[in-house]
Ligand binder design. Structure first.
Ligand SMILES: N[C@@H](CCC(=O)N[C@@H](CS)C(=O)NCC(=O)O)C(=O)O
Length: 297
């Protein structure tokens, strides 16, 4: 759409202000400054910014100048999510909607190579999404972001169990999803993409290698994960217990991907399907999908 992002509240002031922290961001001119007390931070970005969305009750967003303005009252958090299209960053939109805190999304499109634009490395050296800024902190890793935001802003939201049994499951699944499940799913996705994009002359060889890898490693592993998750969700309503939690926010994206890449329908995974359906019914989920333009799910 445009390389311009503006967020204006109250007046057209280019400031994000919290207690001890002042943040100014100018995206179009590729200059970004964050100032916290005596700590001054400058960074440069030329991300292809598509849109900027904030909780409509708190902040208004306009797109017609080179200036990003957001002024919040002193108790409001200042969270900015760098959201990459078709990515795990969807999790953080869902979480922010569950938390009902004000936030700004900077939408970034994948390049034709399906990778994130290299400019994302100016936000965090790994250049991956999700990544958030909260005041002067830059935070990466979806599991860590989820726990950080719940700890900081979700005390009254019941998104992190307090009893030890559920907390045990919460921590396990927060780690398991990225540590074990996603690596298999990403590998499967990469192999499918390689097969799709292989030039015709090498296609038979590429297909041979990919299909072998699929049969020997990927499919059996995906089946193991599917059986495990079916069994876990047969024992509890949500992954950590009877209460929806950050572990489910971490898991939703991966379970959708597992179902799609395994070509399994509802009957093939009744517990996972029930679980995903219940997640889709959550008002925060609906709002999150609306915000990222996936409201047809
Ligand atoms: N373990 C990280 C993974 C982050 C990650 O790999 N994100 C992908 C999107 S799903 C990404 O940024 N890919 C773009 C690229 O590799 O260029 C997390 O959970 O946040």
């Amino acid at each position: 759409m445009t390389d311009v992002q503006n967020t204006t509240t109250d007046s057209n002031v280019q400031n994000t202000t919290t207690d001890s922290n002042v943040q100014n961001t100018t995206t179009d001119s590729n200059v970004q400054n964050s100032t916290t007390d005596s700590n001054v931070q400058n960074s440069t970005t030329d991300l292809n910014v598509q849109d900027s969305t904030t909780d409509s009750n708190v902040q208004n967003t306009t797109m017609d100048s080179n200036v990003q303005n957001s002024t919040t009252d002193s108790n409001e958090p200042t969270i900015k999510l760098y959201w990459l299209s078709e990515s795990r960053a969807d999790r953080i939109v869902l979480l922010l909607e569950e938390l009902e805190v004000p936030y700004v999304i900077e939408k970034i499109e994948r390049g034709p190579d399906r990778l994130a634009p290299p400019e994302l490395k100016k936000i965090h050296p790994l250049g991956k999404s999700p990544v958030i800024k909260d005041g002067d902190k830059v935070i990466a890793e979806s599991g860590f972001i989820i726990d950080y935001l719940i700890e900081k802003y979700g005390k009254d939201k019941n998104l992190k169990p307090t009893n030890s049994e559920d907390l045990f499951h919460y921590n396990y699944f927060l780690h398991y999803i990225e540590g074990s499940l996603m690596s298999i799913l990403v590998m499967k996705y990469v192999f499918l993409t390689i097969q799709k994009q292989a030039p015709w002359i090498v296609k038979p060889i590429v297909n041979g290698i990919c299909n072998k890898m699929d049969a020997l490693y990927l499919r059996p592993n995906m089946k193991t994960h599917m059986d495990f998750l079916e069994s876990e969700l047969g024992q509890r309503k949500w992954l950590a217990g009877e209460q929806f939690s950050g572990a489910d926010i971490q898991a939703g994206f991966a379970l959708e991907m597992l179902m799609k890449l395994s070509n399994v329908n509802e009957e093939g995974a009744t517990n996972i399907s029930r679980y995903l359906k219940e997640m889709h019914e959550r008002p925060a989920y609906k709002r999150a999908m609306e915000k990222i333009g996936k409201n047809n799910q």
